[in-house]
Design a protein around this ligand. Structure first.
Ligand SMILES: [Fe+2]
Length: 386
């Protein structure tokens, strides 16, 4: 057994922790607060509270509030220009994964010249080495989903090229994450469900992955148990702080899994799909693919024991058939009200699927225990289409 385990982010976890931020030593004197273009962080007073905390902590702050639901290359370049102009020496992301990922990208481009696609290693990126280490980032997630609060991942889209790629660097871990479930109680039910299935998919894929290891496994199975126990409650009763707290920790745990282990082809397929169709929410894309993806895994013996372990984490007492996972997944989807979503509902056209499959092929495919060809990837997309 050989593995590397590295997670440098300080995590302040629990209801009310945002109010403790000013007590911490901040990583700089001048922050760029990065948040989404949506109005909720302002309407709910989260932005003012964060600015108050930064001010009490002795830091000046500028605000970049134009991040798209799928953060784009333009967001990164625009935010980086503002960070340079305002002389910022650290970033604070407030929002869901999109705000956190955008902040991680801005942190790179605020101190490195050129275009961010010069440094991207996937797609049409040039893969150049960074000249300077990114600025430090504090993450304040307002959703339980991406795990971006506890990993170095950063997903950025280039809509003009239909690309959605990973832009994380070894230095892209947040220096600190303030995971305060009180900031998550107002997420609407459907979004809560989509984001919760992102957590589920991170944990499931990292557990099935060839890169899995003991620290990832223990967090993955625990995150799956928490999602099954608490996601339907969080969807049904948004203000249920216990359920939100459980989901917030599941998201952070699944982020540890992303760091320790690695995702599989299901995420590559989803990124390719939502790269083509930016209106597709990441978690919804994962839901659409999940049944066919798991059916494909169940065809191979290499996944058998791991699928049985996941069945058990999902509540099956003595599983002996990996396919038992399918009805458990269906039950969870139904309880969260998202069992009936379809690709066509998101405007996805069947004739584009071959291209989506081809563009999905990236290094995550190497984490499949049974090698997946582009033809098999296309089969998953085809089977998921309705
Ligand atoms: Fe994800």
């Amino acid at each position: 057994m050989n593995f590397r385990c590295y997670m440098p982010t300080e995590i302040l976890f629990g209801p009310g922790t945002l109010s403790k931020l000013h007590e911490k030593t901040l990583p700089g004197r001048s922050a760029l607060v990065v948040t989404t273009a949506g109005k909720s962080v302002k309407r709910l007073g989260y932005l003012d509270r964060l600015l108050g905390e930064l001010s009490r902590g002795g830091a000046a702050a500028a605000v970049y509030d134009k991040v798209s639901p799928n953060p784009t290359r333009n967001n990164v370049m625009e935010g980086a220009a503002l960070a340079r102009q305002a002389g910022c020496d650290f970033l604070v992301a407030l929002g869901g994964g999109s705000a956190i990922d955008a902040a991680k990208g801005i942190a790179v481009m605020a101190v490195n010249d050129g275009d961010c696609w010069d440094y991207v290693r996937d797609g049409s990126g040039k893969g150049l080495p960074l000249e300077h280490r990114p600025l430090p980032v504090i993450a304040v997630p307002t959703t339980a989903g991406t795990g971006s609060e506890s990993d170095a991942g950063c997903v950025i889209s280039y809509p003009e090229r239909n690309e959605k790629v990973s832009f994380g660097t070894p230095w892209s871990f947040p220096v600190m994450s303030v995971v305060d479930p009180e900031l998550m109680v107002s997420v609407p039910p459907t979004l809560t469900a989509y984001q919760g299935f992102d957590v589920w998919a991170h944990a499931v894929e990292c557990y099935l992955s060839k890169a899995a290891n003991p620290p990832s496994d223990i967090n993955a199975l625990d995150a799956i148990r928490r999602v099954v126990r608490s996601l339907p409650r969080a969807v049904e009763h948004g203000a249920d702080l216990e359920a939100r707290t459980d989901m917030a920790w599941a998201s952070t745990q699944a982020g540890f899994c992303l760091t320790y282990s690695g995702l599989t082809a299901q995420h590559s397929l989803e990124h390719s799909l939502s790269g083509w169709y930016p209106g597709l929410t990441h978690g919804a894309g994962l839901i659409l693919l999940s049944r066919a993806y798991l059916r494909r895994c169940a065809r191979y013996d290499a996944y058998r024991q791991r699928l049985l372990d996941i069945c058990q984490a999902m509540g099956v007492e003595h599983p002996n058939d990996p396919m038992a996972l399918l009805p458990e997944l269906e039950k969870l989807l139904k309880r969260c009200g998202v069992a009936d979503i379809t690709m066509s509902q998101f405007g996805i056209r069947r004739e584009t699927l071959p291209k989506v499959a081809e563009m999905a092929y990236d290094r995550r495919f190497a984490n499949e225990r049974a090698r997946m060809s582009v033809a098999e990837a296309l089969e998953i997309l085809e089977q998921s289409y309705a």
